[in-house]
Design a protein around this ligand. Structure first.
Ligand code: DGJ
Length: 732
């Protein structure tokens, strides 16, 4: 059983294949966390693992019990859900304000229930399960008796992938309205120790690069208040023992399934037991809860492994592929696409697009995607967002054009930016009140556009109606869903004054509702997320879009780093990755065509250039790459990822491998970012093989043990950006 409940004292043990998560209800009804670590089989004896509380005489403690005041020092107890202003000085999971204006909460146990299957959230993305009996959920009810607030904490246990999904619902069971000012989806109190954090940080064009930091006392925050999850910081991070590496050591991974403002916090308090919190950012957030009303927080995922960062990544990858990415696409091959953006930008015509399709079809490309510029009166980025009807001046008959593309054996995809509006658009002129803005304050503009007030259902419906009309007349099988600005002057003319704190969260809920409406009406649609490159690469979007454009930087060397960083938390099959033209449009770098293909083959594969401008030789390479995609992609889609090292190198070789779950086959991709002359031979040590089995690799026959310990030397062209793919297979 995934969930075991012991009585006297009440103790909960959540078991996955390799981990145990346990907590108990203590003498005064606090939910006291015991441990989240490797699986141990100690039954109710797990209680003995609880940390001894060593309070000095000046610590406040709760007065209900005089026999053992130490256990009542709330500030020292590891807890499942810490209170506020009642003795626990660490950062609280929830802050509310009642009508008397005194913010305080003290959460005590009321009841629990365990059931098979997963909770279904109506407005937010939530995990799914094929068979209810595979997964169990524990719902724990705690209340604060003074405010009358109840919290229902969900622990959804996914045994096979070692992931626990946390959820939270707050219900106002009291008699007075309450304003929630902070609601964190996940809290985890870790034992005292020396830890590092690992997060994904960056900028436009340098998204999700790993950053490891030693944790000292104080609070470390990872956050976005940009209205979207952002290029700068990703809503996923880890806490790890300081000695943990890629392959060894204890790592706790956390991720929020949310696409808006988020806050992850690691507080190392005086006793050095870190408290981890993750949820909606409290800045620009408040939520009015009248008696009887409830608020549901986004789900958060957590995992534990003692197999280093690599182990954490594989847990999350398996979880995404089996319980999160849209099931229609999760494990299967996506169409190879060619996108016209870097080939033409805004300068395209029907004939030019058909030419691209005619060149691409015989080379094995499955779909033509028409990017920005086909709608309203748009000829550059200054107008027409919100006017989702075809610009007949450019494409007189889009349905007819798509029929011609389909006749070539290709599918057709279309770009939208549904949550945005241009000042110069029919949509805005008709409804200037439908944008995010604060009356009397003026408006910041980003890329000549504004964000729609997606919290208003009328706005969502108006955009949906336009998109639906188009999709009913043109055979569109894929949408690139872009989002090219961030939120400022966060306010809404639709909401009353006391609900202005809800605007940013309602924007996210409205966006998700549009995704759901579209997918309900057109279930066959493949939607690729995008936000000025990879500015909204998060689990929230991945519940609807199985792939997200990773970055606007398509240079192979930069992409190697970006995709490597992204892979810490997200599966490679979710990373939109295209072969583009050289010199690269963003970096000016010239890389071999083969390397551009090799790098993109690790992701959701495609092209972003004018194939007609390639040499015959390069076109032949396209044919080979599209064939190779069909061979390798099943391993990317469902195999295990191992990030490899090339020890002792000065010349920055980035390297990883995908291996089938049964370890019978796989491939390594390695890319030298920068050449240094006369470097030591390039030796790669593989991982995850069967030690005693023989493998054929690069013309050699070696045991898994030899490949994983001694490693093999790999010849690589002597130049920058040289790369190889080495396919290997176990002997029968
Ligand atoms: C930003 C995206 O990241 C690009 O790929 C492209 O679609 C442009 N927007 C179009 O405006």
């Amino acid at each position: 059983m995934a969930i075991t409940v012991f009585e006297n004292p009440l103790l909960f043990k959540l078991s996955t294949a390799h981990t145990h998560y346990s907590f108990r209800i203590n003498q005064i009804g606090l939910a006291e966390h015991i441990s989240y670590d490797v699986a141990v089989d100690d039954g109710s004896g797990l209680c003995q693992l609880a940390e001894a509380v060593n309070a000095h005489p000046f610590e406040p403690y709760w007065t209900d019990l005089t026999t053992f005041p130490q256990a009542n020092c709330k500030d020292l107890l590891p807890q499942e859900f810490g209170g506020f202003n009642t003795g626990d000085y660490r950062i609280p999971a929830l802050i509310s304000k009642g009508e008397d204006g005194t913010p305080a909460t003290d959460w005590r146990y009321v009841s629990y229930r365990v059931y098979s299957g997963v909770p279904i959230l109506e407005e937010l993305p939530c995990a799914y399960v094929g068979n209810d009996s595979d997964v169990q959920t524990l719902e724990l009810k705690l209340v604060d008796s003074v405010t009358g607030l109840a919290v229902y904490l969900d622990y959804v246990v996914f045994p096979r992938c070692d992931v626990i999904v946390r959820g939270l619902r707050v219900v106002n069971e009291g008699r007075r309205a309450v304003t929630l000012e902070r609601v964190m989806s996940l809290q985890l109190d870790l034992p005292a120790g020396d830890y590092d954090s690992l997060s994904l940080v960056g900028y436009y064009g340098q998204e999700r690069l790993p950053e490891r930091r030693a944790l000292g006392r104080g609070v470390l925050q990872f956050s976005s208040v940009r209205g979207i999850s952002s290029h700068g910081v990703n809503p996923a991070f880890a806490v790890m023992e300081q000695e943990a590496t890629e392959d060894h050591g204890r790592v706790w991974g956390f991720m929020l399934a949310y696409s808006g403002n988020f806050l992850g916090e690691i507080e190392v308090p005086q006793m050095r037991s870190p408290r981890v919190l993750l949820g909606i950012h409290p800045e620009l957030f408040s939520w009015r809860l009248r008696p009887g009303e409830s608020f549901t927080a986004p789900q958060a995922f957590m995992t534990f492994t003692d197999e280093g960062v690599g182990g954490m990544s594989r847990h999350f990858h398996d979880f995404f592929r089996n319980h999160w990415l849209p099931s229609r696409w999760a494990l299967c091959q996506r169409p190879i696409l060619i996108n016209n953006w870097e080939a033409t930008y805004f300068d395209f015509s029907e004939e030019r697009l058909l030419d691209i399709a005619r060149t691409a079809a015989p080379l094995g490309v499955d779909m033509l995607v028409l990017d920005d510029g086909w709608f309203g009166r748009r000829r550059d980025d200054t107008s027409s967002l919100g006017d989702w009807f075809v610009n007949a001046g450019i494409i007189p008959d889009m349905a007819g054009m798509v029929r011609k593309i389909n006749a070539l054996g290709m599918k057709f995809g279309l770009w939208f930016e549904p949550e945005m509006v241009s000042e110069n658009s029919e949509f805005f002129r008709a409804h200037p009140e439908w944008v995010i803005q604060i009356s009397g304050r003026g408006r910041s503009i980003g890329r000549h556009q504004m964000m729609l007030d997606m919290g208003n259902p009328e706005v969502v419906e108006a955009i949906f109606r336009q998109m639906k009309k188009l999709l009913e007349t043109v055979h569109v099988e894929y949408i690139k869903w872009d989002c090219n600005r961030t939120m400022t002057e966060c306010g809404s003319s639709w909401l009353p004054a006391d609900r202005q704190g809800e605007v940013a969260h309602r924007f996210v809920l409205g966006t998700y509702s549009l995704y759901r409406k579209l997918l309900e009406a057109f279930p066959y649609l493949l939607i690729e997320g995008c936000a000025g490159g990879g500015g909204r690469f998060d689990a929230g979007i991945l519940r609807y879009s199985p792939q997200i454009w990773c970055s606007d930087v398509s240079d192979a060397c930069e992409r190697m780093r970006i995709q490597m960083g992204t892979s810490l938390f997200y599966p490679c099959s979710a990373m939109g990755a295209h072969v583009s033209a050289c010199p690269n449009h963003q970096t000016g770098r010239v890389t071999p065509f083969a390397t551009r293909g090799n790098v993109a083959l690790s992701g959701a594969f495609g092209y972003e250039l004018d194939l007609a401008k390639l040499s015959k030789e390069e076109q032949e390479m396209v044919r080979e790459q599209t064939a190779l995609y069909h061979q390798l992609n099943p391993l990317v889609a469902s195999g295990d990822l191992f990030r490899l090292e090339a020890p002792g190198r000065l010349d920055k070789v980035v390297c990883w491998s995908f291996i089938a779950k049964d370890k019978t086959q796989g491939f390594v991709i390695l890319c030298r970012l920068q050449m240094h002359p006369y470097a030591a031979p390039l030796r790669i040590r593989l991982k995850g093989l069967r030690p005693d089995a023989y493998y054929q690799i690069d013309g050699k026959r070696l045991t898994g043990k030899a490949l994983m310990s001694v490693g093999i030397c790999v010849a690589l062209e002597e130049r920058d950006a040289a790369s190889r793919i080495l396919i290997f297979a176990k002997e029968k």
